[in-house]
Write a protein that binds this ligand. Structure first.
Ligand SMILES: Cc1ncc(COP(=O)(O)O)c(C=O)c1O
Length: 462
């Protein structure tokens, strides 16, 4: 990589007085040469570019901070790791070692948790599709089931009847908090009466026992008042359900949704100023719960366990994506553009976040408004549509920060193979935790029928 810049045609930018950013100058350019002391350039030499790098230290510290914020405010707290957020085996196992259960939403995720050694009794099973086979396995293994719709309720009842068991179940609820758009397609609607109908249906069954309530109000929820409202509504419904059918609700599961330190597109202020801390979320939730359960506590009834399924806020900051510049161009409107070896195939979250981008080494030159394109032959492949960066040479490596949530599960295999993932361990060593894909990784799953073995008839001139 040469450190001298090639000559680049200069551009003239009109100076517009009076429209300056009211916060002052351009935000300072930081560079990031390492992850927890491990040199990024060395990792690229060994594992290639692009490359995902996970920090074990950040992951463990973040989940500990989350748990501490809640455990110091509520007597019984449990965290279920939301597999869909990042189900790399190394990530899940690290979090299980920290005491988190598995929160899964499909047969695949359930099987994955089991394969990682998680017992069924430490799996929370959510999601709208749970087939009969996996339901039967989950029931036999003592998983916590959260029912999404009536047909699932009937299916669980039938299995329980066949196995001659009484199965503990939880209900997923949906309702209006007043602060978020209700995700009304999941679970039983509270205001319409469907949730109470489900409670009655469970109460009437010899084979089902209602033990928990669950809801997930959204994701990247910045207003802690939404959670306070959720906690109050769920605690109120707990009382109603207990009275209606004489059950005992052992836990309230409030789902996930806490924001991470990413800049959501369209937000004016930077994340450091708008994203609540774990303590602020915890204070709002446990404050509302204390208030809503005061009468209950006065009667000596046990308080429910509080279950969290925090995903994004636990893992986002623990992973970065390294990408390298493969070319640059000047766009017809005068803006600078850089083409990178990683695009939305590896960074799905670029569609709604302005991910922070730092060069691996300090860059010289005047910062200009730059577009960062990925390598896909697809117009929407833009990692940042506008970012102030100095000139970027071919080979220059960039760190895209806070990519741990949803990118290793929602990535897509469109015209590119997926790269390696490494984990920087707490002791400073580096482990490869997912191989870079090879052509064979994908072609091994295909089958060529006998008469399609040859692309061209034999004997054609070369
Ligand atoms: C049921 C459930 N729990 C937990 C999560 C994790 O949410 P987040 O990553 O926003 O914390 C989700 C995400 O969609 C979910 O659907």
């Amino acid at each position: 990589m040469g450190h001298l810049h090639p000559w680049i045609k200069p551009v003239l930018t009109a100076h517009r007085a009076g429209v300056m950013n009211k916060f002052g100058a351009v935000r300072a350019q930081f560079h990031q040469p390492d992850v927890d002391g491990v040199d990024i350039t060395g990792l690229i030499e060994k594992f290639g570019s692009p490359l995902y790098i996970l920090s074990e230290k950040t992951l463990r510290q973040t989940v500990r901070r989350l748990k501490r914020a809640f455990a110091t405010r509520w007597p019984r707290v449990r965290h279920g790791w939301s597999y869909k957020t990042n189900y790399l085996g190394a990530v899940c196992t690290t979090l299980h070692q920290e005491g988190s259960w598995a929160e899964v939403v499909s047969a695949y995720e359930y099987q994955k948790a089991r394969a990682l050694g998680v017992p069924g009794s430490r799996i929370i099973f959510n999601g709208p599709l749970k087939g009969v086979e996996i339901l039967e396995q989950a029931i036999n293994e003592g998983a916590t089931l959260h029912i999404d719709h009536f047909d699932e309720l009937y299916a669980i009842e039938q299995i329980a009847q066949r196995l001659d068991k009484q199965v503990p179940v939880g209900l997923r609820l949906t309702f209006d908090t007043g602060y978020t758009d209700a995700w009304s397609r999941f679970g039983f609607h509270l205001e319409s009466g469907a949730a109470m109908d489900a409670v009655q249906r469970i109460g009437a069954s010899r084979h089902l026992k209602l033990t928990g309530l669950h809801s997930h109000i959204g994701t990247f929820v910045l207003d802690v008042r939404a959670y306070a409202a959720q906690a109050k509504i769920m605690a109120g419904f707990m009382e109603q359900a207990e009275q209606a059918i004489g059950c005992r609700i052992e836990y309230l599961d409030i789902g996930g949704g806490f924001a991470s330190k990413n800049a959501l597109q369209g937000l004016y202020l930077p994340p450091e100023q708008v994203v609540p801390s774990f303590e602020q979320y915890a204070e709002a939730i446990t404050g509302a719960l204390l208030e809503a359960t005061r009468e209950r506590a006065g009667k000596g009834k046990p308080l429910p366990e509080l279950v969290l399924e925090t995903g994004r806020a636990v893992v986002d900051e623990a992973e970065v994506l390294i990408t390298s510049v493969v070319g640059g161009k000047r766009l017809p409107d005068g803006r600078r553009a850089a083409i990178l070896d990683a695009g939305v195939n590896l960074l799905f979250t670029a569609f709604w976040y302005n991910h922070e981008v730092r060069p691996v080494r300090p860059l010289d030159g005047i910062a200009e408004d730059t577009v960062l394109y990925g390598p896909l032959c697809m117009n929407i492949d833009v990692l940042r549509s506008s970012i102030m960066l100095p000139p970027l040479n071919v080979g220059e490596a960039l760190v895209i920060r806070n990519v741990g949530a949803y990118n290793n599960t929602q990535w897509m295999q469109f015209i590119q193979l997926r790269p390696a993932i490494v984990m920087v361990r707490e002791d400073g060593s580096v482990d490869l935790i997912r191989d870079a894909e090879q052509v064979e990784t994908l072609s091994n799953m295909e089958h060529l029928p006998a008469n399609l073995q040859q692309p061209f008839p034999k004997g054609l001139p070369q």
